[in-house]
Design a protein around this ligand. Structure first.
Ligand code: GRE
Ligand code: ZN
Length: 326
């Protein structure tokens, strides 16, 4: 398919580059390092070769979220966002941008989001899970009440928020001890991000800000497959669930969330996701440079879905969500 738009596509600046190193063996890192630092070279050649018209770019992980000092997090976020805006300006027909945010301080994050959207023309934000705040062992999830004024700004700007994975802190990852292969993209990323998303849904955030739109990668971090059970397990027990939100969790999942195919090029997973959220809320992505553009595109271009769904998922859903001109 020509004209695809991909929206979980990463770059790094020198200050955040090394955050990605630990996920790869040393010999592979030589390759990934070159890929993540490149924007206008090999990346664009691969986009041309595999029918990707536009990439919506975001910083690598965990980057800003792992800088406990709010002022420093703000400085690096601004630096990364200025760098990204410059790169997009060089090829505005091929790239768009998601803002990195210093969520250590909700007020600073709201200000930076406003600057990125209003002054730099960015089309949304991407955060890498919880933020470490003040010291490396103190963390905050974005359902917490101090973030609600930030969410008011996000809703008012009418741009989506991509909730991207990070690993749990070591002290919260005992279950993976001795099984390091389950950390990162294999399992821990999805587990961590799915629970964060469920916290947002159960908190009542979307009753207060019903227009908020959150994007999840990796085919919804396994949530489409689990959603029925979340709402229906032990349904025979009265008032089984006790959470602040007014509606079933699935309601928010279907009305306030979008899902991308990043790093999850599985047709059974795509078909299940289409049955749970519908083809209007799924969008193509690759997760370059941590996954491969050719794997994503060769899979998606011939996946057993209708051509009208391929157009929606490959292109037109993203045009609509990000208000890009067709
Ligand atoms: C990602 O961005 O999803 C990612 C990383 C690091 C390793 C693998 C991966 O940030 O998919
Ligand atoms: Zn990613």
């Amino acid at each position: 398919m020509q004209g695809k738009i991909a929206l979980e596509e990463h770059f790094a600046i020198d200050d955040t580059l090394m955050d990605s190193k630990g996920f790869f063996p040393d010999d592979v890192w030589v390759e990934v390092r070159a890929r993540v630092l490149d924007i206008h070279g090999r990346r664009v050649r691969l986009m041309d070769e595999f029918g990707i018209e536009t990439m919506v770019l975001s910083l690598n992980a965990p980057a800003i979220q792992a800088i406990p000092d709010a002022k420093k997090a703000n400085d690096i976020a601004r630096k990364a966002n200025d760098y990204l805006a410059d790169a997009v300006r060089k090829q505005p027909d091929r790239f768009r941008a998601l803002a990195a945010l210093p969520l250590q301080d909700p007020d600073l994050a709201a200000k930076e989001l406003q600057r990125c959207v209003k002054d730099l023309g960015m089309v949304g934000a991407l955060a890498n899970g919880f933020s470490q705040v003040g010291d490396t062992n103190t963390i905050a999830y974005y359902d917490q009440k101090q973030y609600w004024p930030f969410w008011a700004v996000q809703e008012q700007l009418d741009v989506p928020f991509y909730l991207h994975p990070r690993n749990p802190l070591p002290q919260h990852a005992k279950i993976y001890e001795g099984h390091g292969w389950l950390l990162g993209p294999t399992w821990a990323f999805g587990q961590e991000t799915a629970v964060h998303a469920l916290r947002l849904m159960g908190s009542g955030l979307f009753d207060q800000y019903p227009k908020l739109q959150i994007i999840l990668g990796h085919m919804g971090e396994n949530l489409p497959f689990g959603m029925w059970r979340v709402d229906n397990t032990n349904g025979w027990i009265p008032n089984r669930h006790n959470y602040p939100a007014k509606k079933k969790i699935g309601h928010y999942f279907q009305n306030n969330f979008h899902i991308t195919t990043s790093g999850n090029f599985s047709t059974p997973a795509l078909l299940s996701t289409m049955m749970v959220v519908g083809s209007d809320r799924i969008m193509f992505s690759t997760d370059w440079p941590f996954e491969n553009i050719d794997h994503a595109a060769k899979w998606f271009d011939v996946a057993t879905i209708s051509e009208s769904d391929r157009q929606k998922i490959g292109r037109t859903n993203a045009l609509r969500l990000f208000k890009l001109k067709s």
